[in-house]
Design a protein around this ligand. Structure first.
Ligand code: SF4
Length: 347
């Protein structure tokens, strides 16, 4: 390869654009790669371009100096919106763009922003648009997403540490959560999954797990999730014997981060908030069904994965075409056993 990121280190790039990925969970799993970029270019201004939800993760993040929101569904919608956004980026006079997102749109954005060096995987037909492109790795078979992003940097000549995913909060955000979740230990239940219904475990079983842990450990229960999951939250509240604080659809991403960090344990589906909780050091019990736990499990030893082995998994479908046996087969008892293990290991 003629040019590598390592070669650029000597040129001390002044301002670097990092195009973040579009899903919360993937963006969290890309934070080790961002940490490596930060370590390689300590004096550069690192500017993350992200959609409005993902952007919240990177406000106050140690690997990022500034965030620019790309709102494709709002003010930057359509060709005009996109071109206007690229014009705005052009004024920033970036020296280098590192594209964690794989879409051709990210490469076109970097070209139209007149960024002289453009690095990323050669995915989505963008080989000619990247002058520092590397062949794509197969992200589907056993390669963890954290490594997928780190290997891209390895291939670009930027080898280094393999830190765990990391997020950070400000003291006032932590205080807000401490004022909200007062007294004793809290259990976060995250029953949604933005990707689709197939990834969601049964609400009544989440409720049973909440009741059992409230009974056995005196834990208080808080429900987390996005506005689209409000109905699931209402079902859980109705099913539970103990009272739960239902914050589903009530928090911003950063408030959700602060709530999760305050919790002693999180019980969750494979979802963005699962990765957020793990990156904030919260012990996690995660129920996996149609997705591949070898590639998207939280990168922490404070995690227990609960699965029911079925031949059709992982199918990666958003909706189950059969009887959802991968999730129906996971009992509340198995999740409680995993939760007890984590709680006892903390004592
Ligand atoms: S097809 Fe199989 S793995 Fe996929 S959601 Fe249905 S039961 Fe689960």
């Amino acid at each position: 390869m003629a040019k590598t990121l390592n070669h650029l280190k000597n040129k001390s790039p002044r301002r670097i654009l990092v195009r973040a990925v579009n899903w919360i969970g993937d963006a969290v799993m890309a934070t080790p790669a961002m940490g490596r970029i930060r370590a390689a270019f300590p004096d550069a201004e690192i500017v993350v371009v992200a959609n409005p939800l993902v952007a919240e993760l990177f406000v106050h993040h140690p690997c990022c100096d500034r965030v620019i929101i790309f709102d494709k569904k709002g003010q930057h919608a359509g060709i005009r919106g996109f071109l206007g956004f690229c014009k705005l980026l052009r004024r920033e006079r970036f020296d280098l763009a590192i594209l964690l997102q794989n879409a051709i749109e990210a490469a076109i954005m970097a070209v139209l922003a007149l960024v002289p060096y453009r690095a990323g995987y050669q995915t989505d037909g963008r080989r000619l648009l990247l002058n520092m492109g590397v062949p794509a790795r197969d992200s589907k078979h056993g390669l963890h997403h954290v490594d997928y992003y780190l290997f891209m940097l390895d291939d670009l000549g930027l080898a280094g540490e393999k830190p765990s995913p990391q997020l950070s909060l400000q003291p006032d955000e932590q205080q807000w959560a401490a004022d909200l979740l007062t007294g004793g230990s809290w259990l976060a239940i995250n029953p949604g999954a933005a990707y689709g219904a197939a990834k969601r475990w049964i609400p009544e079983r989440f409720a049973a797990v909440g009741d059992t842990l409230a009974q056995e450990y005196g834990m208080k229960v808080v429900l987390t999730g996005g506005p689209a999951e409000a109905e699931i939250g209402a079902d859980i509240v109705t099913s539970m014997k103990h009272q739960a604080l239902n914050l589903i659809g009530q928090t911003s991403v950063r408030q959700m981060m602060a709530v999760l960090e305050r919790c002693t344990l999180m019980v969750t589906n494979d979802s963005g908030p699962m990765h957020v909780g793990a990156a904030l050091g919260v012990p996690i019990v995660a129920v996996f069904g149609p997705t591949d736990h070898t590639t998207t499990s939280p990168r922490t030893d404070k995690c227990r994965i609960v699965r029911h082995e079925v031949e059709c998994s992982p199918c990666m479908l958003r909706q189950c075409p059969i009887d959802h046996r991968c999730m129906e087969g996971v009992t509340a008892d198995r999740v409680v056993v995993a939760a007890r293990e984590l709680l006892e290991s903390r004592r």
